[in-house]
Each structure stands twice: as structure tokens, then as C-alpha cells.
Design a protein around this ligand. Structure first.
Ligand code: XLS
Ligand code: NI
Ligand code: NI
Length: 433
């Protein structure tokens, strides 16, 4: 045991009457909702990078957090792992997620990076066996080091493509060794700053080739997890290629990979793309590529990826409504890709941020389940489209313009506008919150 979280108890469910900061009010892991325990619906994961690797900097100032594991040695990396697994246990999160660069010191060479990663993976393996904590997903950090400043797969320099492919291989190996349930590709700097120096056609082909190699490696190694792309419209590059769910789907179709790759949708990225989170979730469901979520929000005034812990229950209810309509998670889960505010210095801030996020998600999911089970919203939706379930409605879709035109005249078709009843439906939603 380290003494980082000294005095902080394991967080338990105490119900809404509790006055204890270190308690869940809504997240009762074993409570059964729609035939499934809450913990199996939500499949919470803590993100290693923001909680343990981020020093608290912003564009105007550097490190604010003093963590005993900050440093570039294997001893520091092991101490970081000790503390991380202590946090997972205090919270009772069943999963975690990591990038290679979060967990191992940067080596002088590629081979040294790989050796450092392998050592930490073994260390994680022991800790996972001892605690029962599992890996939701692994990923490669192909954006922080300066070698990736012009992209990874989409870099103008083939050597960077090679270095990136090799790094992805080591991270997929690490993920497989730890029984990870997914492998995520977020296009960190896969985008451009200016078209004046960018060959977009080549960069797209390079990204497609890299993704094909990832899928081939999955099949070659027998990895059972899902490959997930995480869309984001901008930041760090001015224009990211994986802009949103629709863009990713177009890309997958172009390279024939729509049956092989799904999406990890982040709440804040959806907002940056000018969508709501539920729009992105619903579209992914309809396209058959829904995989997992990063449940961290942005500040609505600032316009960049502030990665705050989620706390807006009405928003989460609408999001989990779409997740439940998709049939819930299979390999995916709810990852807190969220960081503390840089003034939140204390170890207990890290715990309480997750407690609040987990509780808000649980409250949102329960509200969503109640909305779905009551069926009022679905009944209203069905009624709105009922015409399409009639024989005449169905026949339209396989007809042709000539026949339809003749029918409109013969039957005297004269459509009458009907209310969309939006406010009524919004009122219904508020009854569950
Ligand atoms: C950054 C992304 C990143 C991915 C993992 O905005 O959200 O944290 O989730 O590389
Ligand atoms: Ni993000
Ligand atoms: Ni993310």
C-alpha cells in the first residue's frame, strides 16, 4: 500500500439520504435495472492518462500537481501503477484504460520503449490478477512526442508512419496480453494545420492503409476485442480527419472496413463537432458501428476539449437512452476520459471527481431505463411513423417516380401537417429526472 490515498475509505453505495462525500447516492453496482446489474450496464473505466500522468498545465502555466510518481524511471512508473490500482479499488471501477506513454518512461530508442512497456504490462498483469480490475481498452499515444507533430499514419515522412505502425503493434500486443476488451485509435494529430503544405489525398490513403494493417493484425493474432476509432473534429490539429461519426463511417466505407471497426464516442468531441452526444450515439447505432463512450464533458463557453468530469444528469439520461436503444454495451463501456481542474490538488479531489461522475451516470442510466420501460417516448415515435407500417407506406419505398405520381393524382393524396409535439415529449423526459 502507498500512503497517497491515506485515510480515504472504499466508496460504497449509501443511497440519496447519505451525507457522506465518499459515498454513492445512485450507483448501487448490484442494483438490477432492465434485467441487468448497474455495474454491467455502465462498465465504468478510469483513464490512466488524465488521473495519473497529467501534471495540471494549461497554455499559461505548467505543472500544478506534485505527485510522488512524477519522474522518468521504472520505479516511478511502478509507484504510479500502485496508486492507480489503489484508486480503482477505492472506487470499485471494474475497468481502466491506458496509452503506452502514460504508463512507461520514454526510452532512448524504440526498443527501449517496448521493453519498458512490457515490464509495466507484466506489473499490471499481477495487479489485475490480485484486484480483479480489467482492461477496457489500450491505445497508443501517437501525438505527444515531437516526432508526431505532423501526424502519425498521415505524416509526410514515411519513417514516422513506420514508427507509428510499430508502436501500434506493441500497444495491441500489450492490450491482448492484458485481456483488453477493445483497442482504441484516436487520430491525435491525424489532420492538418494548413492545406498549403498538405496532400490530403495521400494522407487519407495512408490512414486507410494503417487501419487495414490494424484490422489484419487483429485477425492474425486472434484478438477478440473490438477495434474502435474515436472521432474528434479539431484539437490538436485545426482540422482532424476523424471529424465525427458520419465522417468516420464514410472513411470506413471507402476502405471497406465498416464491418471491422466501430466508434468510441466522446461527449465533449460530439459537442465540438456541433452535434449533441445523443446525435452521435444514435447515428452510430443506426450505422451499426456503436462501440463505447468517453463520458467527459466540455465547458460550454470555452469551446475546447476541457475534459471535465460529467455532472449533468439530464444530458446523461438522453445519452444512455440512446445507448440502451442500441442494446447497451457489448465490449464497450463508460470511460472517464476526464481530468481534474488544475486547482484540484488533493488526492481526495481525484476520488470525489470520479464518485460524482459515476453517480451522475448511474442516475442518468436509471432515468433512461425508466423512460424506455414506460414506453411513452417510443409509443409517440411509433405513432409518428405509423403510416410507414401500412401496406401503402411500405410499397412506396420500392416504387418509382412515374407510379407514385400517378397514384398521387388517382388517390387525391393531399398531406396535412401534424404536430411534432416536441414540448410534450420534453415534458415527458423531465418527469423521469
Ligand atoms: C483526446 C482523446 C483521447 C483519447 C485517447 O481528446 O479524447 O484522450 O480518448 O487517446
Ligand atoms: Ni477528448
Ligand atoms: Ni477520449
Amino acid at each position: 500500500m502507498t500512503d497517497f490515498f491515506k485515510g480515504i475509505p472504499a466508496v460504497k453505495y449509501e443511497g440519496t439520504a447519505s451525507d457522506n462525500d465518499f459515498a454513492f447516492r445512485h450507483y448501487n453496482p448490484d442494483e438490477v435495472v432492465m434485467g441487468k446489474a448497474l455495474k454491467d450496464h455502465l462498465r465504468f473505466a478510469a483513464a490512466y492518462w488524465h488521473s495519473f500522468a497529467w501534471p495540471g498545465g494549461d497554455p499559461f502555466g505548467g505543472q500544478t500537481f506534485d505527485r510522488p510518481w512524477f519522474g522518468d524511471s521504472m520505479d516511478a512508473a511502478r509507484l504510479k501503477a500502485d496508486v492507480a490500482f489503489e484508486m480503482f479499488q477505492i472506487l470499485g471501477v471494474p475497468y481502466f484504460c491506458f496509452h503506452d506513454a502514460d504508463v512507461r518512461p520514454e526510452g532512448a530508442t524504440f526498443a527501449e520503449n517496448t521493453k519498458n512497456l512490457e515490464q509495466i504490462v507484466d506489473y499490471f498483469g499481477e495487479k489485475m490478477d490480485a484486484t480483479g480490475v480489467k482492461l477496457l481498452w489500450g491505445t497508443a499515444n501517437l501525438f505527444s512526442h515531437k516526432r508526431f507533430m505532423s501526424g502519425a499514419a498521415t505524416n509526410p515522412d514515411p519513417d514516422v508512419f513506420a514508427y507509428s505502425a510499430a508502436t501500434i503493434k506493441t500497444c495491441m500486443d500489450a492490450t491482448m496480453k492484458l485481456g483488453g476488451e477493445n483497442y482504441v485509435l484516436w487520430g491525435g494529430r491525424e489532420g492538418y494545420e494548413t492545406l498549403l503544405n498538405t496532400d490530403m489525398g495521400r494522407e487519407r490513403q495512408q490512414a486507410g492503409a494503417m487501419l487495414q494493417m490494424v484490422v489484419d493484425y487483429k485477425h492474425k493474432t486472434g484478438f477478440k476485442g473490438a477495434i474502435l476509432i474515436e472521432p474528434k473534429p479539431q484539437e490538436p490539429t485545426k482540422h482532424q480527419y476523424d471529424y465525427d461519426v458520419a465522417t468516420v463511417y464514410g472513411f470506413l466505407k471507402d476502405f471497406g472496413l465498416e464491418g471491422e471497426v466501430q466508434v468510441n464516442i466522446e461527449q465533449g468531441h460530439a459537442i465540438l463537432a456541433g452535434h449533441s452526444f445523443e446525435h452521435e450515439l444514435a447515428l452510430a447505432r443506426e450505422l451499426g458501428i456503436f462501440g463505447s463512450i468517453d463520458m467527459n464533458r466540455n465547458d460550454y463557453q470555452s469551446g475546447w476539449d476541457t475534459d471535465q468530469f460529467p455532472n449533468n444528469v439530464p444530458e446523461m439520461a438522453l445519452a444512455y437512452y440512446e445507448v440502451l436503444r442500441a442494446g447497451g454495451f457489448t465490449t464497450g463501456g463508460t470511460n472517464f476520459d476526464a481530468k481534474l481542474r488544475r486547482q484540484s490538488l488533493d488526492p481526495e479531489d481525484l476520488i470525489l471527481a470520479h464518485v460524482g461522475g459515476m453517480d451522475a451516470c448511474a442516475a442518468g442510466l436509471k432515468a433512461a431505463a425508466a423512460m424506455l420501460e414506460d414506453g411513452k417516448l417510443e409509443a409517440a415515435r411509433d405513432a409518428r411513423y405509423a403510416g410507414w407500417d401500412t401496406v401503402a407506406g411500405k410499397a412506396l419505398l420500392s416504387s418509382d417516380l412515374d407510379s407514385i405520381a400517378a397514384k398521387v393524382v388517382a388517390d387525391g393524396i393531399d398531406p396535412q401537417p401534424r404536430s411534432g409535439r416536441q414540448e410534450r415529449l420534453e415534458n415527458v423526459v423531465n418527469r423521469y429526472l
